[in-house]
Ligand binder design. Sequence first.
Ligand SMILES: [Mg+2]
Length: 318
Amino acid sequence: MPLSERALIERIRRRASSRKFSAITRGIGDDCAVLDPPPGHELLVTTDFCLENVHFRREWHPAKAVGHRCLVRGLSDIAAMGGDPLAAFLSLALPAEIPQKWVDGFFDGLLALAERWKVPLAGGDIAQSPQGVMADIMVLGSVPRGKAILRSGGKPGDVLYVTGTLGLSVAALQAFRAGKKPTAKSTPRHFFPDPRIDIGRLLRERKLATAMIDLSDGLSTDLSHICDESGVGAVVYATSVPYVGGENGLEFALNGGEDYELLFTANPRARVPKEIDGVPVTAIGEIVQRRGMWLEDKRGKVAKLRPRGWEHFRGEKK
Ligand SMILES: [Mg+2]
């Protein structure tokens, strides 16, 4: 590492000052961070890996985007529970040859997103990696006691909704793989996705969602998690799924990953807005009693829908 571990921690500490964030009594600089969660709330905890050549490639992804995407994975999980993020923790292993400029760029991206959502980087660890950058992000959040939106609340008859437009992120990834430049539309959603924290909170506050998950692995795979946990099945209407053009559009929307949108179920009588904070909310299907997942095309023909998300796309990588 270009800077010593100690110098690097000092540099991060200066940038990640947590004083202005009320939930943190003590941030970086002690053996543990000290947190003061809001009264009457439960804690949410999530951890995610961000590994070089698995989740990103240094030749495709600018350092800033890697830092942003690292934190977004955790924030999106908190959003999927209807929670508010409290603090982030980062364990980061860096190969010896990495330029300090890359490390600074990584923290530029991560801390800009942290600042935007008022989530302090409150601790972590730094080590030298034998090979490649390895980051493990942990995000703590809070939700009023008993109010977290779980994957297990979906009921037969519920309507299935999704936020935003799907498949943009994986479209950018596939362009990189083909040695092409991704489109101007797909790049921002791939490099700098917005976590849907405000939408998750609104759905919880208005008691609209019965079950929810964030789309990190791809619609087909993430929907299968809701179905498994809720003990139900689902029908998705192909013509309702929001995606942008291209012959692979629907395939990308169903089986691509890293959309970081929210997928949720709601009672058919619930008044779900068509748009929240400028982000479209689209009904794409329904929950059924019979276990399994089906895709209904525009002619009403129904085919089995299999969970072929992230794993499927990763399998194509040479
Ligand atoms: Mg998740």
